[in-house]
Design a protein around this ligand. Structure first.
Ligand code: NAD
Length: 514
């Protein structure tokens, strides 16, 4: 295999790039909504009830209707995954890796169609949608390589007159619960890591983005994945999600989503129902309240640009989004107007429009929650810009900045998951770091400054899983920035790093007397 390298992004300044994307979006919007089935042991299964996936830029448009698994279908999917496990887990890792490499090839060929689907199903503007598809390809390519050294014999000391070996075995049948905000990348990374290490899985996509989940399943099948290895069971998180979390037949759960759901899953998975023969393993990657700290000697132009991109890219709906700018007193009054100026220049509109910088938020419930936080913010800070929903049917919320927010204010502590930035004042570096670390989260963070001792101090004291210096706090690259947070941001499994695959295997030590 060639060494891993990140998939280049589409250059939309090249002739025809915009037009190709727009043609795919138009085709998706014009066709009648697809009805998508469950996939259980390779069989298509329809159900009487279905989920409906809407276009958040135009909620009157249905993107797809999707079969909705109940308990019976979930149990049938567990049967299928158990049946497929022995053959799949005994295949050589190279054969499993080959499926991922072929899937990456298919995604490359379908690149524009997949980004167009992200645009209509979750409201990603083209640049963000394309980056998500590129990241999905990266996960496939990266894990296909990382599994090879993990599956071979590991270094162990050989005791006298013994032949000693340590090897990694798959865990068994797993449950994959991805979020909607990186609907192809995170779903692909979570499911493919579990599959390439020899496990079989049930994939329950987010109810917001089932059509993108379905495309992943089709692509993996086309890449040669045997039936039963990947079972597709869209449904209600609180119904079949919760049922499967407690099932004695599930060996591990890989969850990425909100803190409250992740904690509940972790608690429920810790119980041992009758018939369960293992301690369930839980990988739970959760939310953030990420901060960018700006010091007195920072390049203020670069800092302002990074804060605005990190806060409002994909409408702030990233676990890594900057939701707090912590600015030292000395430059506060210079930086804040620059943040406002740049934010007011952002164009808000439907995700498919060429001019759009900030598209819609995911759905009506998310919009109501964000507007609730904006109301709260009016009492907790000084509203500098934004604060309203735009007229029209799309779920468009203005990028909003509150200044002079106190560190313990709710908008400075709770994950809003929308285009809302709180700006906080700090005396100096020490106070800035104290504020930055004073939440229950610890996912990403960034520091802007020039003084080497200050940057070294921040490296030591800023307690986050992904720390960035003099750059934005979003946009982790597979292979370069293994991703995962501290504290209630999660189990720090470091997606996109080689260690991530260890979460899906168990080590067996074998000693033979010779
Ligand atoms: P969510 O917690 O609502 O849902 C995540 C997944 O869990 C979905 O598939 C959902 O259907 C399922 N689910 C919901 N309730 C369940 C239950 N009771 N039992 C089993 N499964 C259940 O999260 P979301 O809204 O899809 O995603 C946004 C959240 O994800 C934000 O908090 C964001 O910060 C976080 N996130 C974290 C990372 C990370 O790497 N740390 C990455 C992306 C998103």
């Amino acid at each position: 295999m060639e060494p891993f390298r990140n998939e280049p992004l589409v250059d939309f300044t090249r002739p025809g790039a915009h037009e190709r994307f727009e043609a795919e979006v138009e085709a998706l919007r014009r066709r009648p909504p697809e009805h998508l089935p469950l996939v259980v042991g390779g069989r298509r299964v329809t159900t009487s009830e279905s989920l409906v996936s809407l276009n958040p830029s135009h909620p009157s448009e249905t993107v797809a209707t999707v079969a909705r698994a109940g308990i019976a279908e979930a149990e049938a999917a567990l049967d299928a995954a158990e049946r497929a496990l022995p053959a799949w887990s005994h295949l050589p890792a190279t054969a499993r890796a080959a499926v991922l490499l072929r899937a990456a090839g298919i995604m490359r060929r379908e690149r524009t169609r997949l980004s167009a689907l992200e645009c209509v199903e979750v409201g990603k503007p083209r640049g963000e949608a394309d980056a998500d598809v590129a990241e999905a390809i990266d996960f496939l390519e990266f894990y296909a390589r990382a599994v090879i050294p993990l599956s071979g014999p590991q270094e162990v000391h050989s005791a006298p007159q013994e032949l000693n070996e340590l090897r990694h075995l798959p865990l068994g049948v797993g449950l994959i619960l991805p979020p909607w905000n990186f609907p192809l990348a995170i779903l692909t990374g979570m499911a493919s890591a579990a599959i390439v290490t020899g496990n079989t899985v049930l994939l329950k996509p987010s109810s917001v983005t089932p059509a993108i989940g379905w495309r992943y399943v089709e692509i993996m099948e086309a890449a040669g994945l045997p039936p039963g290895v990947l079972n597709f069971v869209p449904g209600s998180g609180s119904e079949i999600g919760a049922h499967l979390v407690q099932s004695p037949r599930v060996r591990f759960i890989s969850f990425t989503g909100s803190r409250d759901v992740g904690l509940k899953i972790n608690e429920r998975a810790a119980r041992t129902p009758p018939g369960q023969r293992w301690i369930k393993r839980v990988v739970a990657e959760m939310g953030g309240k990420d901060a960018i700290v700006v010091l007195e000697d920072a390049d203020l132009t670069a800092a302002a640009e990074a804060i605005v991109v990190s806060a409002f890219g994909f409408s702030g709906q990233k676990c890594s989004a900057c939701s707090r700018a912590i600015v030292v007193e000395a430059v506060y009054d210079r930086l804040v107007p620059e943040l406002v100026r740049r934010t007011l220049n952002l164009v808000i509109g439907p995700a498919e429009a060429r001019s759009t910088d900030v598209g819609p938020v995911s759905d009506a419930a998310a919009m109501e929650k964000i507007l609730g936080y904006i109301d709260l913010g009016k009492g907790e800070g000084r509203l500098l810009c934004g604060g309203r929903r735009l007229d029209g049917e799309g779920y468009l919320v203005e990028p909003t900045i509150f200044a002079d927010v106190e560190p313990r204010a709710r908008i400075a502590q709770e994950e809003i998951f929308g285009p809302v930035l709180a700006v906080l004042r700090a005396r100096d570096l020490d106070e800035a770091l104290e504020i930055a670390n004073d939440t229950v989260y610890g996912l990403t963070g960034a520091v802007f400054g020039r003084s080497r001792p200050a940057l070294e101090h921040a490296r030591e004291r800023f307690h986050v899983g992904n720390l960035y210096i003099n750059r934005k706090c979003t946009g982790a690259l597979v292979g370069a920035h293994p991703f995962g947070g501290f504290n209630l941001s999660g189990t720090d499994a470091k997606a996109g790093g080689a260690d991530y695959l260890r979460a899906f295997v168990q080590a067996q030590s074998i000693a033979e007397r010779v």
